[in-house]
Design a protein around this ligand. Structure first.
Ligand code: 5GP
Ligand code: ZN
Length: 135
């Protein structure tokens, strides 16, 4: 646990939050400034700065928990869809540097957008990127 980290304190119960789920390794809380009704965050109780630091085993458990939470929340909230979002580093929009996964219920006409401006790429450009990643 990092004593300067707000999510360490929340995950470990030192600072209160609206908890939707808790087990030995994780706490799922409502986001204080939600994108939509029910916007929640999965927090590991151990401090990992981001996805790069997350152990494989924890990463697998996070995805399994995300699926379980999305299923329950969809049933209970009656939302029409769901976004899973996870930001790493400032350039990608991370503001709290303790790994977390956003669970964002989506509703018809919720007036929110999780989007990007699509780039135009030729097949050659795509091929060059593929090579850069895979070779
Ligand atoms: P990020 O931008 O790092 O991916 O997301 C951080 C999220 O944490 C934001 O959606 C923000 O509203 C939420 N957040 C920041 N501080 C607190 C807090 O003290 N309590 C809760 N429940 N959420 C927080
Ligand atoms: Zn932390």
């Amino acid at each position: 646990m990092d004593h300067n980290c707000i999510f360490c304190k929340i995950a470990n119960g030192e600072i209160p939050a609206k908890t939707l789920y808790e087990d030995e390794e994780f706490r799922v809380i409502l986001d204080l400034a939600p994108a939509t009704k029910g916007h929640a965050l999965i927090l590991p109780k151990s401090h990992y700065k981001n996805l790069y630091e997350l152990p494989d085993e924890t990463a697998a458990k996070v995805m399994k928990l995300a699926k379980k939470m999305a299923t329950t929340m969809t049933e209970k909230l009656g939302c029409d869809g769901f976004n899973i979002v996870q930001n790493n580093n400032e350039v990608a929009g991370q503001t709290v540097f303790h790994f977390h996964m956003h669970l964002i219920p989506r509703y018809e006409n919720d007036n929110q957008r999780i989007s990007w401006n699509p780039l135009e790429m030729t097949q050659d450009e795509l091929e060059a990127v593929k090579k850069q990643i895979t070779e």
